[in-house]
Design a protein around this ligand. Structure first.
Ligand SMILES: Nc1ncnc2c1ncn2[C@@H]1O[C@H](COP(=O)(O)OP(=O)(O)OP(=O)(O)O)[C@@H](O)[C@H]1O
Length: 239
């Protein structure tokens, strides 16, 4: 019998304390290879911190993370993983096109940058310094930066936040194409319609722990909307 395909991501009993406060508190989840996995959770639930653990930017206090079967942050994993962070203040002065050419130069077999620029509609502002781009334009450049190295697994932190409906739909189409090509996608979102439209598997995170998980069909089997399930299973900071 063939051995099962290993998960793209395995997180087991992860704990992280930041500033003396527990941010991840025994969090365990998996992301299937070639699937689109959505992480939902209220503000401050720990989603970005989890992505930072998965990309080697934060060292956990306890538990284990395996990315593509290895420890995060190793050169092999770093070369095979893309990250679209929520904000990238570091890029302020560089032009969008120069930034993507630079990022492409870091990889052995990058995507063709002009084709990527055309695919994501970046052409009209490719010569604009990053800091002068609108929020949605910065998002498109950040997404291109995450994809330029042909990742096997890509982490996207709120990829469509700030995008207009055209850009959002185009991004959804692109994410579906990536999944069809076998790329594993792990994204965070506050948009329930986005999770419902795209996700093969949803994990709801609350206060650093998993509050609920399943396919959208499983989570909404009682006839509740995904948003109702989210509101019932997680805690907001207000109210
Ligand atoms: N460097 C840090 N030092 C102290 N606390 C931090 C640090 N980074 C994050 N935190 C805290 O950890 C908690 C989780 O933050 P995180 O950014 O992971 O949440 P999130 O789920 O991504 O939230 P959002 O949906 O608002 O983006 C927050 O309370 C945040 O204030």
């Amino acid at each position: 019998m063939p051995s099962p395909t290993p998960s793209a991501l395995e997180v087991r009993d992860l704990t992280v304390r930041l500033g003396g406060t527990p941010v991840l508190d025994g969090l365990s989840l998996t992301a299937r290879t070639g699937a689109l996995t959505a992480l939902l959770g209220p503000n401050g639930a720990g989603k970005t911190t989890l992505l930072r653990c998965c990309t080697g930017l934060v060292t956990p206090d306890g538990g284990a993370v395996q990315v593509l079967g290895r420890a995060p942050g190793s050169p092999e994993v770093t070369a095979a993983v893309g990250l679209m962070p929520q904000s990238t203040g570091a890029w302020s002065g560089i032009r969008a096109g120069e930034l993507l050419n630079y990022l492409a130069s870091l990889y052995a077999h990058p995507l063709d940058v002009p084709a990527l620029i055309a695919r994501l509609g970046i052409g009209s502002y490719a010569r604009t310094p990053y800091r002068r781009l609108s929020g949605g334009q910065q998002q498109a450049v950040n997404l291109a930066g995450a994809l330029v190295g042909r990742p096997e697994l890509v982490f996207l932190d709120e990829p469509t936040a700030g995008m207009d409906p055209h850009a959002r739909r185009a991004t959804w189409d692109l994410l579906r194409e990536l999944r069809s090509a076998g790329v594993s996608v792990v994204l965070t979102t506050h948009a329930m319609d986005e999770a419902a439209a795209l996700a093969d598997q949803v994990w709801m995170i609350d206060r650093g722990r998993v509050a609920a998980s399943g396919t959208v069909a499983e989570l909404t089997a009682d006839g509740e909307s995904l948003e109702s399930v989210f509101l019932a299973r997680t805690h907001g900071v207000l109210g």
